[in-house]
Design a protein around this ligand. Structure first.
Ligand code: ZN
Length: 173
């Protein structure tokens, strides 16, 4: 297993619409293991493949709540989202240091393939519903800062210029 570098806001891979996964191959299983390892190392509750630079509709989630089980979702689709919404604080491993209230549906129904390639249907509320919407957004190139008011977004982007990690060995390349 290996921890991958998490791509940060500004990396074009985060803005692309990702391509569906065709088969749950052995290669995919090792990638899924890497994604969990990366997510846990970064203390995140979800990670989408584009965040480690991969053009794949693949997501791992572990909300770390009591009774939560780690989830692998291949080609997830949100079939239903409740009209009822609520605001909750979100952050993103690709935009470390920023947090903002984001309005999301309270409940969603998601269809996907699991790690074994079987079709699954999942109904979720609470934190899991929020994480599912956040991660599926990543597969469409959408970030949580796109889900706040233009004014809030401007403030977040200003703050990002100050807090964005300066990675060593990258200058001039
Ligand atoms: Zn994110």
């Amino acid at each position: 297993m290996a921890i991958h570098e998490v791509r940060l806001l500004g990396d074009p891979v985060l803005r692309r619409k990702a391509t569906p996964v065709e088969t749950a191959s052995a290669e995919l299983q090792s990638l899924i293991a890497d994604m969990f390892e990366t997510m846990y190392a970064e203390e995140g509750v979800g990670l989408a493949a584009p965040q480690i630079g991969l053009d794949l509709r693949l997501v791992v989630i572990d909300t770390n709540e009591e009774d939560a089980t780690p989830l692998v979702l291949i080609n997830p689709t949100i079939l239903e989202s409740s009209e009822e919404t609520e605001k909750g604080e979100e952050g993103c491993l690709s935009i470390p240091g920023l947090k903002e209230l984001v309005e999301r549906s309270v409940r969603v129904v998601v269809e996907a393939m699991n790690a074994e390639g079987a079709g699954i249907r999942l109904e979720a509320g609470g934190l899991l519903a929020r994480v599912l919407q956040h991660e599926v957004d990543h597969l469409d190139g959408v970030l949580f800062i796109d889900r706040v008011s233009p004014l809030k977004r401007r403030m977040l982007l200003k703050r990002w210029e100050k807090v964005r990690p300066q990675r060593a060995g990258r200058s001039g390349s």
